[in-house]
Design a binder for this molecule. Structure first.
Ligand code: CMP
Length: 227
């Protein structure tokens, strides 16, 4: 697919007229990453916006002890790295490829010029940043008030909604996440997620095959997320 057609498919860039879209697309650079490759680290200087073409990336906050918190997972059509471009500060988190990934990179000057000339895009990025803040508030609320079992069930329901592939009554989550990744997404230890997965398997709510998770009973999992 041509870069300009790809850009047009992304909400942030929808307001571009064909000529500006072509011009912006011409300034995109391609970037490929292997599974596990680090795109940037928290504290690095940030001068580029990334738009996901293929694959998936995780945005994480590392701890000194080697643990991490997963703030977000981005896949096709998502963008990230805008924070450093908007406030001129360093990268706020690490970005690591969860699988082989293809990205487009847009320089700060092109991105800022694009926002300045497109009121709709400016509005769109404000809504986007607000949505992220709301999600972060939800995460904090869950971390403070929900049990690990409920948090984990809620995360699986959310992943099924975003990355789920329905097959009959079951939903396969089309992401290969390790138990460590899952633990980092809900602020738990790998051991507790291992235990949770065992309980969910025993109760017939999920099945696992390697790092692939299949939801067998979404309704019961949703109920567990409210406990
Ligand atoms: P930047 O700070 O440039 O680099 C890290 C990127 O991760 C950041 O821009 C955002 O695009 C993204 N990011 C940081 N925090 C969050 C969050 N809480 N939720 C989703 N994405 C985030």
């Amino acid at each position: 697919m041509k870069p300009e057609k790809f850009l047009k498919g992304i909400h942030l860039f929808q307001s571009l007229n064909p000529e500006d879209c072509k011009q912006l697309a011409a300034s995109l650079r391609r970037r490929s990453l292997k599974k596990g490759e680090i795109l940037f680290r928290k504290g690095d200087e940030g001068s580029v916006l990334y738009i996901m073409k293929e694959g998936s990336m995780k945005i994480t906050l590392p701890s000194r002890m080697g643990d991490e918190v997963v703030l977000a997972i981005f896949s096709k059509g998502d963008f990230f790295g805008e924070m450093s471009l908007l406030d001129g500060m360093s990268r706020s988190a690490d970005a690591v490829a969860l699988e082989t990934s293809e990205l487009f990179a847009l320089n700060r000057s092109d991105f800022i010029a694009f926002l300045r000339n497109n009121e709709e895009a400016m509005q769109s990025i404000l809504s986007y940043l607000t949505m992220r803040l709301r999600k972060t508030d939800d995460f904090l609320e869950d971390a403070c008030f929900l049990s690990i079992s409920a948090r984990f069930a809620k995360k699986l329901v959310e992943l099924a909604g975003t990355y789920g592939n329905r097959e009959g009554d079951t939903v396969q989550i089309d992401l290969r996440l390790t138990q460590k990744d899952l633990a980092s997404m809900v602020g738990a230890t790998r051991e507790s997620i291992n235990k949770e997965l065992r309980v969910l398997r025993e109760r017939g709510l999920v099945s696992t095959e390697g790092n692939m998770i299949r939801i067998l009973n979404l309704e019961r999992l949703e109920r567990r997320a409210r406990l």
